[in-house]
Every structure is written in structure tokens, then in C-alpha cells.
Design a protein around this ligand. Structure first.
Ligand SMILES: CC(C)(COP(=O)(O)OP(=O)(O)OC[C@H]1O[C@@H](n2cnc3c(N)ncnc32)[C@H](O)[C@@H]1OP(=O)(O)O)[C@@H](O)C(=O)NCCC(=O)NCCS
Length: 158
């Protein structure tokens, strides 16, 4: 089942988060850092206390995955109306529990949570290296909404 996380889930969540986050640290060491378990636990407690955040877990007699989804209120301005959307900050399924539908179920629950906020879209970012995650999101109905482009430059050379 998918349920809200509680502080009692911290130890197992830290394990899963460390595992999935290390993929990012390994691929992009300049972009990501490898936090200690204590740092992850502090971050989890902040997320659990944040009313604009839902931390959901897949629990099948033990936690196998998690998703962090955040309400985003974008004010209107000259060129766009105000809107409510939801942003998936983190998603991970333990390596030993992948490809049996937990990711799909977690995202469905995140979308249901977003709907209760009145969100009209769920958005997320996938790093370019993460082809498996890209394939996953496409398989569950996500499409590319924008192309964010970047070029590494040497600081202070001009
Ligand atoms: C991405 C991730 C959350 C997917 O979770 P999962 O529970 O394995 O996914 P599901 O079993 O629900 O997969 C649903 C469908 O997505 C697609 N899919 C999932 N993983 C895939 C992969 N590695 N390659 C290609 N397609 C994939 C398949 O179509 C799959 O359906 P199928 O198994 O019937 O073929 C999981 O692989 C993960 O935690 N990866 C590491 C962390 C990560 O990259 N998080 C996302 C950061 S943006």
C-alpha cells in the first residue's frame, strides 16, 4: 500500500534515499553531494513538517520506495495566469524491488495528492544521464514539456 511517511520510517527511508541518490552523485559529482545518514534524516524531518510537501511511501511489509511531491503556487504576471502545480522532488524504489510496479503506484499516489491541492499538472526534472528514469516516466504517460539547456563555462575567464 501507499501511505504517508511518518518519522518512524526514517531509518529505512534513509537507506533507500542513500541508494537512489548515489546514482546521481556518481553520475554528476560536481552537481550533487553525498549526504550523511544524519543529514538525510534531518532533511526528512523538515519535509515531514512542511504542509506544502507530501512524503509518500510504498509499504509492503517493509518500505520499498518513496516519493516526495510538493505543491507549487505560481503567482500570475503580465504574461501568464496564476496556477497551482505539483513538483516531484524525489522518487526512488529500492534496487531489489524495481520493475514490479511500485514506481508507477507511487506516482499515481503523488498525482492523487496533487489533485487534492487543485494542481493542474505534475512536473519533474530528469537528469540527462538517467535514461532509465526517462523511460519510466514516458511509460507512465509523461512527456517532455521543456528543453532546459546548459553549457559548462569556466568561471572568471572573461
Ligand atoms: C525510476 C524508478 C523509480 C522506477 O520504479 P519501478 O518501480 O522500477 O518502476 P515500475 O515497475 O513501476 O515501472 C513501470 C514501467 O516503467 C518502465 N520502466 C521502469 N524502469 C525502467 C527501466 N529501467 N528501463 C526502461 N523502462 C523502465 C517500464 O515500462 C515499466 O513497466 P514494465 O516493468 O511493465 O515494463 C526506479 O527505477 C528507481 O528508483 N530508479 C533509481 C532512482 C531514480 O532514478 N529516480 C528518478 C529520479 S528523476
Amino acid at each position: 500500500m501507499i501511505r504517508r511517511a511518518t518519522i518512524a520510517d526514517t531509518t529505512r527511508l534513509v537507506e533507500i534515499i542513500q541508494q537512489v541518490h548515489r546514482l546521481h552523485v556518481t553520475a554528476l559529482p560536481d552537481r550533487y553531494r553525498d549526504p550523511t545518514p544524519a543529514e538525510i534524516a534531518v532533511r526528512l524531518s523538515e519535509q515531514l513538517a512542511d504542509p506544502a510537501v507530501a512524503l509518500l511511501v510504498a509499504d509492503h511489509g517493509g518500505l520499498v520506495g518513496y516519493v516526495v511531491v510538493r505543491r507549487v503556487d505560481t503567482p500570475g504576471h503580465t504574461y501568464a495566469p496564476a496556477r497551482v502545480t505539483a513538483y516531484v522532488d524525489q522518487l526512488g524504489v529500492h534496487a531489489e524491488a524495481q520493475r514490479v510496479g511500485h514506481g508507477r503506484a507511487l506516482m499515481a499516489a503523488a498525482e492523487a495528492q496533487a489533485a487534492t491541492w487543485g494542481a493542474t499538472a505534475v512536473t519533474l526534472d530528469v537528469q540527462g544521464f538517467n535514461e532509465a528514469a526517462f523511460a519510466f516516466y514516458q511509460a507512465i504517460g509523461y512527456t517532455v514539456a521543456t528543453h532546459r539547456m546548459a553549457r559548462t563555462i569556466a568561471a572568471g575567464t572573461r
